[in-house]
Design a protein around this ligand. Structure first.
Ligand code: CTP
Ligand code: MG
Length: 182
């Protein structure tokens, strides 16, 4: 039962999780394309989002999420076992929902950065637990009108996503992709 809930959350989280990680790899591969989302805009002495939030990250993250969702649709159509772990009907949705899941996660990340900047926290400095749950809050809140998750499953998604984020971020730290361990 516990394992079933965990796997259900992981399967649901895949597009958003990939969207949240993709910008880190994109920054490594395309370091020159770092146009900031806020276009350098300053609000009360601080950048709106900061130099670490780029259009490159948004485009690559949203595209990756749409691609992952499209793959999930193929697997959903072919595997009854996977259907048992699906809280949404992947067959009845467009790949655009995957793009929206990625956008939702990255909008959550952007809003979090705006709060960090208002609090005078420099880009890249840790802000626990908001750096870990920003993408989950974005995902749950912004996809609610389309997928209508139950409150219990939304909490499950946030809990599982938090654990996955901490583990993935620590692995990234060991691989020198992230500057901080958390
Ligand atoms: N990134 C990006 N564009 C985005 C989001 C992230 O290019 N929209 C890249 C940046 O290279 C960033 C890295 O992914 O440094 C890690 O992202 P994240 O941890 O979300 O940002 P922080 O560096 O912690 O910056 P902030 O303090 O604004 O959260
Ligand atoms: Mg960060």
């Amino acid at each position: 039962m516990l394992l079933h809930g965990f796997l259900e959350a992981v399967w649901f989280l895949l597009p958003a999780g990939v969207a949240n990680m993709a910008p880190v790899f994109a920054a490594r591969l395309l370091p020159g394309l770092d146009w900031p989302v806020d276009l350098g805009c300053i609000v009360r002495g601080q950048r709106l989002f900061g130099s670490h939030k780029t259009w490159r990250g948004l485009v690559v993250g949203i595209t990756a999420a749409a691609a992952v969702f499209a793959l999930q649709q193929v697997v959903f159509a072919q595997s009854p076992a996977i259907r048992a772990y699906s809280v949404i009907d992947y067959g009845g949705q467009s790949w655009l929902l995957g793009a929206w899941m990625g956008a939702a996660a990255l909008i959550g990340d952007l809003v979090k950065s705006a709060f960090k900047r208002r609090g005078g926290i420099a880009p890249g400095r840790p802000w626990f637990p908001f750096d870990q749950i920003d993408w989950l809050l974005g995902l749950v809140l912004l996809t609610y009108p389309v997928v209508g998750l139950s409150a219990l499953f939304a909490l499950e998604v946030i809990g599982v996503g938090l654990v996955l984020h901490v583990v993935a971020h620590f692995l990234g730290y060991l691989l020198r992709l992230n500057a901080s361990a958390i």
